[in-house]
Ligand binder design. Structure first.
Ligand SMILES: *Cc1c(COP(=O)(O)O)cnc(C)c1O
Length: 361
């Protein structure tokens, strides 16, 4: 054994599709105005931060977390006004829930279907779990191509469909009627991913009772808790009780549970921040629209997608000037020369506009 190198062992033992992957790249953001990751830019009010400090100080971190935190789940149910029979399952961020769904539905030959361009984790997690993946292109305006979706569903018979509502990285909200047609036509489970629910004007939670094959996934990350890692699935207990079997018992730690409960007790603080972000989003949209050579797309999320003529050069120019956004050029062909900026504080946004104009030249 000792004569064999680790790299040849790795090559023999690790699954081929994993060897072929490159690790998800998170750039070093220290020192930058950070507008690349859809985070809420605001801190919590000082008194609330002190309350959280006291709660953390008293937490039983020597104990395993409660595997079924009923108080936290109760608060989520209450905030969402979930109808009877509709339950929640908690995840370590919604990324973990995507993985859990793929693991649960990946029978031999089963297919995960989504649209493109969309959230890259759907495809990545299909790869991680060795699940077959099909991506259906969006229409040129980034709306759903309903005819293409319905024929792909007919042809592929997907066990699992993900639709981000609003979509990332495009920011738009798909037609609700088209999403309903997709749910009705799907033989498998459809998960509507509402990561940006706080910034959008519509939700599928009221539709949960109507469709036996629908689950809604949400996260608190974009609302201001990205560091806590807390997401959830809402849907019929019949689905969730199967998924619970796969959930690692201690997936949400003691501190995230306690802090999230406190934040949900102060939900209006976060919603106020979201409202501020939405009004800043409207300002940014108009400012971007006014810049020659910039094409900005409609958004119902806390970020804006826009196209320029030399995206990579503009991205690098902005980075040199201390502003970090997301370069989508070179990813999906429909995103050629596209950049994505998260709405920051008013000061950050103004700096972003100045630096963008300098970098366009
Ligand atoms: C950010 C994002 C998520 C992941 O959120 P976490 O809860 O932080 O894992 C899921 N779906 C979409 C569409 C997102 O943009």
């Amino acid at each position: 054994m000792s004569s064999v190198s680790a790299s040849s062992l790795v090559k023999n033992l690790i699954r081929t599709e994993i060897l072929a992957l490159s690790a998800y790249h998170v750039p070093d953001s220290s020192g930058y105005i950070k507008l690349d990751a859809m985070e809420n830019p605001y801190l919590l009010p000082q008194p609330l931060r002190e309350e959280i400090a006291a709660i953390v100080a008293d937490a039983d971190i020597n104990r395993y977390p409660d595997p079924n935190p009923l108080a936290l789940k109760g608060k989520i149910r209450e905030l969402l006004d979930l109808p009877a029979g509709i339950d929640v399952l908690l995840g370590n961020g919604s990324d973990e829930l995507i993985q859990l769904l793929a693991m649960a539905l990946n029978k031999p030959g089963a297919t995960l279907l989504s649209v493109e361009p969309s959230f890259v984790m759907y495809k990545m997690i299909a790869t991680f779990t060795a699940m077959r993946y099909v991506g259906v292109p969006l229409a040129a305006d980034f709306g759903l191509d309903l005819a293409a979706m319905l024929s792909a569903i007919e042809r592929e018979q997907p066990a699992l469909v993900f639709l981000a509502y609003p979509n990332n990285p495009t920011g738009n909200l798909f037609s609700a009627e088209a999403v309903q047609e997709i749910i009705a036509a799907s033989p498998g489970l459809v998960v509507v991913d509402e990561a940006y629910y706080a910034f959008a004007r519509d939700s599928f939670i009221p539709q949960l009772a109507r469709y036996p094959n629908l689950l809604v996934m949400r996260t608190f990350s974009k609302l201001g808790m990205a560091g806590l890692r807390l997401g959830f699935l809402a849907g019929s207990a019949v689905w969730l009780e199967q998924l619970e079997k796969l959930r690692l018992p201690y997936n949400v730690g003691v501190l995230p549970q306690l802090v999230a409960e406190k934040l949900l007790d102060n939900h209006e603080v976060l919603l106020q921040q979201a409202a501020q972000i939405m009004s800043e989003r409207a300002v940014l949209f108009e400012q971007l629209k006014a810049i020659a050579g910039v094409q900005v797309y409609p958004t119902e999320a806390n970020f804006l997608l826009f196209r320029v003529s030399q995206a990579t050069a503009v991205f690098e120019g902005m980075k040199r000037r201390g502003v970090l956004i997301k370069n989508l050029n070179g990813g999906h062909p429909m995103l050629t020369d596209c950049l994505r900026v998260t709405v920051g504080t008013p000061e950050e946004n103004q700096r972003f506009i100045v630096v963008l104009q300098e970098s366009i030249g």
